[in-house]
Design a protein around this ligand. Structure first.
Ligand code: TRP
Length: 335
């Protein structure tokens, strides 16, 4: 039986951290065995927020690709590709832009939240909200439909974008004929990973993340600064592990010992410094395999770029088939 197409994307704006790994990204490694998987490095979308900083996006295309390969994304199973090298996506974006109103884009909850954040940062909306930014859901609909993506593995924050894509597909098909596939979200069920500071979300801009590329020294420094039970003053005070971020990360990378750690902490038989040191060792052990692979790729950058080039060529083939059908349906296939 032919495998169903799944597609997802990630913006190249930074390295992968534990929040990504235990959330959506780790799940992709499992999905690659069961689906025909298109994995997009969304550099054009990253530029909607970073158009003034092309070096950042360029550097992070390599960083992200080599991070993904190092966590186990297998280029034999996944078409790992770069968005900007598929011009058919840009073409579809233009065609779809007639099928969505400005009012609908402004009502999109994800866009709405992001506009509010921009306003808070820069003040006047008119000066900070570009045409490209407001239109990025249209471009994301092109990402998805170019490959006839059926299931879209995403987190909850992306649901309004998938819904917007479904509307565009229905409108397209009702006007021009049944050409496009209506996608469905494949919701990541893993909960959000909290930050070192106890924040509900781990994020680069929040400064509370452990990145997979962090070296031993940095991991150690970050864990030493992690938030513990503020009620615990002395080493042998009993404490509440449920409010402690060190315990929280023990549960992720030191599962076999969490029951003991919990009991000792509650009894006051475990000092925070020793507990942190144990976590540092476990975290470094956990990251060992990733570090070896990442080092290999850093010494063989050409191999990463060749993988990306090959994945992009495979993806482009599929996108070209779609654009041929789309142009025929829209009666703009003149020659
Ligand atoms: N918007 C997504 C994010 O910020 C990234 C993305 C780009 C994407 N294209 C996509 C996700 C297509 C799913 C499908 O995380």
């Amino acid at each position: 039986m032919e495998k169903k197409v799944i597609l997802t994307g990630i913006r190249p704006t930074g390295n992968i951290h534990l929040g990504h790994l235990f959330g959506a990204v780790g799940n992709w490694v499992k999905l690659q065995n069961d689906y025909d998987f298109y994995l997009e490095i969304a550099d054009v979308q990253a530029l909607t927020d970073n158009f003034h900083n092309p070096e950042k996006v360029n550097k992070n295309v390599y960083e992200l690709a080599s991070d993904l390969l190092s966590i186990g994304i297998d280029p034999k199973k996944v078409h790992l590709f770069v968005q900007s090298s598929i011009p058919e996506i840009a073409e579809l974006t233009v065609f779809y832009s007639n099928l969505v109103t400005m009012a609908r884009l402004y009502r999109n909850p994800t866009v709405k939240t992001e506009i509010a954040q921009k306003k808070a940062l820069f003040g006047n909306e008119g000066e900070s909200v570009t045409y490209g930014f407001v239109g990025y859901p249209v471009s994301q609909a092109a990402d998805i439909t170019a490959f006839k993506g059926k299931y879209i593995p995403v987190g909850e924050d992306q649901l309004p974008l998938i819904e917007q894509c479904r509307e565009i597909v229905r409108k397209f098909n009702s006007i021009y004929g049944d050409v496009l596939e209506e996608p469905e979200p494949l919701l990541t069920t893993t909960p959000r990973i909290k930050g070192l500071d106890g924040n509900e979300k781990m994020g680069k801009s929040l400064g509370n993340a452990i990145f997979l590329v962090d070296d031993e020294e940095l991991v150690s420094k970050k864990i030493m600064g992690a938030v513990t039970d503020p009620q615990k003053i002395k080493k042998d005070d009993p404490a509440n592990p449920d409010v402690c971020m060190v315990y929280y990360y023990h549960k992720l990378v030191n599962k076999e010992n969490t029951a003991t750690i919990c009991q000792e902490c509650q009894k006051g038989a475990r000092g925070c410094v020793a507990c942190k040191k144990e976590l540092i060792n476990k975290m470094n052990e956990f990251l060992k395999d990733f570090r070896l692979k990442k080092e290999y790729y850093n010494n063989n950058r050409d191999e990463v770029m060749a993988i990306l080039k090959n994945g992009t060529e495979e993806a482009r083939k599929a996108a070209k088939e779609t654009i041929t059908e789309v142009k025929k349906a829209m009666k703009i296939n003149y020659f």
